[in-house]
Structures are given as structure tokens and as C-alpha cells.
Write a protein that binds this ligand. Structure first.
Ligand code: GDD
Ligand code: MN
Length: 384
């Protein structure tokens, strides 16, 4: 059993020196990427809202180019309640939240966006609710109960998409809470530790993942709030985030067997098949090439588009740029070439055993995909 699984955090410290200040009762985790302008206003607002509670705030910054971390450091030097957790060479909202929560020893931990879109005025009520009811594990800042709403915080398109995603997530993941897509919540440390090993670090929607991982065992309370428009900086939600969310659903549906990254890799692979077929067809029909020339053209184009899509989506947290982009492209070609050998070898062996070309071809494709995934994970997009 890991130390996480044990509820060791809930045991009160036995012999802390009486003069040393005690650890806070509440840690507020604030994930940031390019939020420099929001750091000071955020700390000010927390100080007002959490008056009377022993709190701290941890900004988890993914080395934002706008200097967010520098700003947090400057504030933290003046205010011991402010901490910085800086990550380098990594990106991702869910992973940042997980690390921020793990960096705290407080019995209660909240997550709130840095951009002031969530209503920090709700935090004391979340805190009291958890404090007064030991059976309660999680309080969600919800746009979908009672007076809660999206306000003018989301564009019409986003609000529509958010509603659809919400319905799909709740149905597929069997979640009862009304607003699992919220990024605003407070959780009991012991409950979080029970599910943390099961959470997907890639992705945007940690709350939905947590609710799904808790398998309906948690008592959950939703408190309404109105989502506010962002003032400074810009949203990081984009097409890739939406795909990551699809990946999260599928990862959950396979019981965590397939991680989000592998699912994204398969989705990209599927586009590669379509692109390869289209290029082969176009080369034969339009350019009048024979199949012997058209097929390698198709393969080359598909490998290249696969590389670019994987770089932009599957490994967006380790995206290669500049010279590394070219080096990555050639290593990806090499990986795929070996994958093709593995594919053909497996297919041949399967064919001679089972004498079914469909089974043989699928086995080859499966082994090829696995090889390509693991090899490009280790070689092309290796963690630095
Ligand atoms: N460390 C880190 N790394 N932080 C990140 C990253 C990342 O890769 N991407 C985004 N963030 C931080 C932002 O700086 C911000 O504080 C917070 O995560 C939310 O990001 P936004 O870009 O503002 O997201 P949004 O406004 O589109 O979506 C928010 O509202 C949704 C409501 O529909 C998020 O809070 C969602 O979780 C929430 O569901
Ligand atoms: Mn936002």
C-alpha cells in the first residue's frame, strides 16, 4: 500500500512544537498558464473571502512564458500564505491540479481558476459544509443547480458545447452531480487520496474524472454560483482540449485500460488511414501515377500528417518546435518504418497459423499501432 492510500494525512500531528505556526486548514490550488495579471487580484480576493480561516494558496504554474511564476514569487515573498509550485517541460490542467493538491498537507483542498471566473465568495460556504458534515467528501461550485448559471462567462457556442459535453459525461460515466465539468470544487484530502492513483493526468476535466473514479461512493454537495467573464488573459480551451475530453470518456469506459494518450494516438492513426487512401486515389486518378508510385506517396503523406497531429494533440504537453520538430519528424519516420516491419511480420505469422487474412491483417495493425505508440513515446516525444 502506498502512503497515499493510507489516511495518514487525517491524523493530527502529535508533538508539534507549540511555537511553530500550524499547517493551514485549507489549501486553495490555482492552476495557471499565462495568468500574470490575475495573480495579485486573486490573492487579494482570497484574503477577503477567507478571512477567519487558516488558508494558503498554491499557484501551480507550467512555466508560463508571460512570467506568471515570477509574479507569484514576488507576491509570496511578502505573504507566507502564498506558495509557488512551478513545473517545467510539462503542460496540462488536470496534472497541475493533482500536483497542487498533493503538495498540500491540509485536510481540505480547493481548486479554483486563476482568471477570476469562479466565485471565490463561495469558498467559505464550501469549507463550512465540509467541516460540519464528516460524511461529505466533495463540494462543487455548480452552474447547474438552483441559481447557478453560466452568466455571460461563456460564448453561446461554448455554453452549448458545455451543455452537450455535460450530458454525455454524466450519462457515459454514470455521474449524478449536475456540473461535473466545473473546475471549481473543494475536496476532503482523504477522499482525494483514495482516487488519485486512478486519475488521468492528461486532460482538462479533473472533476469529472474524480467523480467517475469515486464510483458514486462519495457524498457530494453542489452550491450554485454564476460563472463570470474572464477579464485579463485568454482561455486555453481549444480543439485539442475537446479531443482530450473524448479521450477521457473512452479511457474511463475502458476502465483505465487505455490511457488518454493512446486513445488520441489511435484517433490520429484513423485520420492517417483516410489520408493515405485519399492520396493514393488522388495520385492515381489526377496525376496518373501507377499504384507502385502512388502507395509510397500516400504512406509518406499520412506519416507526415500523423506526426503533425500527434505533435499538436497527442503530445501537446511535450510539443516539439523549431529544430526539435524536424528531428522528431525523422525519428517518427524511423519508428513507423520499424512498425511496418512488425506489422507485416505479425500478420504473416498470424496468417500461417489461422489462415484468415482479416485476423492476420488486424493482428498486424494492432501490433504495429502498439509499437508505434510506445516507440514514439520513448523516442520521438520522450520526456525531457
Ligand atoms: N498549470 C496549468 N497548465 N494551468 C492551466 C493549463 C495548463 O496547461 N491550462 C489552463 N490552465 C489554467 C488557466 O490558467 C486557468 O487558471 C484555468 O486553468 C482554467 O483555464 P481557462 O483557459 O480559463 O479555461 P476555461 O475558462 O475555458 O474553462 C474553465 O471553465 C470551465 C467551465 O466550463 C475551466 O475551469 C474548466 O475546468 C471549467 O469547467
Ligand atoms: Mn477561464
Amino acid at each position: 500500500m502506498t502512503d497515499l492510500a493510507a489516511n495518514s494525512f487525517d491524523t493530527p500531528a502529535v508533538s508539534a512544537a507549540s511555537t511553530a505556526p500550524a499547517a493551514p486548514a485549507l489549501t486553495v490550488v490555482v492552476p495557471t498558464y499565462n495568468e500574470r495579471e490575475n495573480v495579485r487580484p486573486m490573492v487579494k480576493r482570497l484574503a477577503v473571502a477567507l478571512e477567519g480561516i487558516a488558508w494558503e494558496v498554491v499557484f501551480v504554474d507550467d512555466d508560463s512564458p508571460d512570467g506568471t511564476a515570477r509574479e507569484v514569487r514576488a507576491v509570496a515573498r511578502q505573504d507566507a500564505r502564498v506558495r509557488l509550485h512551478q513545473r517545467i517541460g510539462r503542460r496540462g490542467l488536470a496534472g497541475a491540479c493533482i500536483e497542487g493538491i498533493l503538495s498540500s498537507v491540509a485536510p481540505l483542498v480547493a481548486v479554483i481558476d486563476a482568471d477570476l471566473q469562479h466565485d471565490e465568495g463561495l469558498l467559505p460556504r464550501m469549507f463550512r459544509a465540509l467541516e460540519s458534515d464528516p460524511e461529505l467528501q466533495l463540494v462543487i461550485g455548480s452552474r447547474r443547480v438552483a441559481s447557478g448559471s453560466n452568466g455571460s462567462g461563456l460564448s453561446r457556442l461554448r455554453a452549448w458545447g458545455s451543455g452537450r459535453a455535460n450530458g454525455v459525461a454524466r450519462r457515459l460515466l454514470g455521474i449524478e452531480a449536475q456540473d461535473p465539468m466545473s473546475g471549481f470544487f473543494m475536496v476532503r484530502r482523504g477522499a482525494f487520496n483514495e482516487v488519485v492513483l486512478d486519475l488521468q493526468k492528461q486532460g482538462f476535466k479533473i472533476l469529472a474524472d474524480m467523480l467517475s473514479a469515486s464510483g458514486g461512493r462519495w457524498r457530494v454537495l453542489e452550491l450554485p454560483y454564476t460563472f463570470r467573464p474572464r477579464v485579463a488573459g485568454e482561455s486555453k480551451l481549444d480543439g485539442a482540449v475537446t479531443l482530450e475530453f473524448l479521450g477521457l470518456l473512452l479511457a474511463r469506459l475502458t476502465g483505465g485500460l487505455l490511457p488518454i494518450r493512446f486513445i488520441l494516438f489511435l484517433m490520429v492513426g484513423a485520420t492517417g488511414v483516410v489520408i493515405q487512401l485519399s492520396v493514393v486515389r488522388a495520385a492515381m486518378a489526377l496525376a496518373g501515377e501507377g499504384f507502385v508510385v502512388a502507395q509510397p506517396m500516400g504512406v509518406l503523406v499520412a506519416m507526415t500528417t500523423n506526426y503533425m497531429l500527434n505533435n499538436a494533440v497527442t503530445w501537446r504537453d511535450r510539443r516539439l518546435r523549431g529544430r526539435a520538430f524536424l528531428r522528431g519528424l525523422f525519428s517518427f519516420y524511423a519508428v513507423c518504418a520499424l512498425g511496418a516491419v512488425a506489422n507485416i511480420g505479425t500478420a504473416d505469422a498470424t496468417y500461417s497459423m489461422l489462415n484468415s487474412w482479416i485476423a492476420a491483417s488486424l493482428a498486424g495493425a494492432g501490433i504495429g499501432a502498439l509499437w508505434n505508440f510506445w516507440a514514439s513515446l520513448i523516442v520521438t516525444w520522450r520526456a525531457r
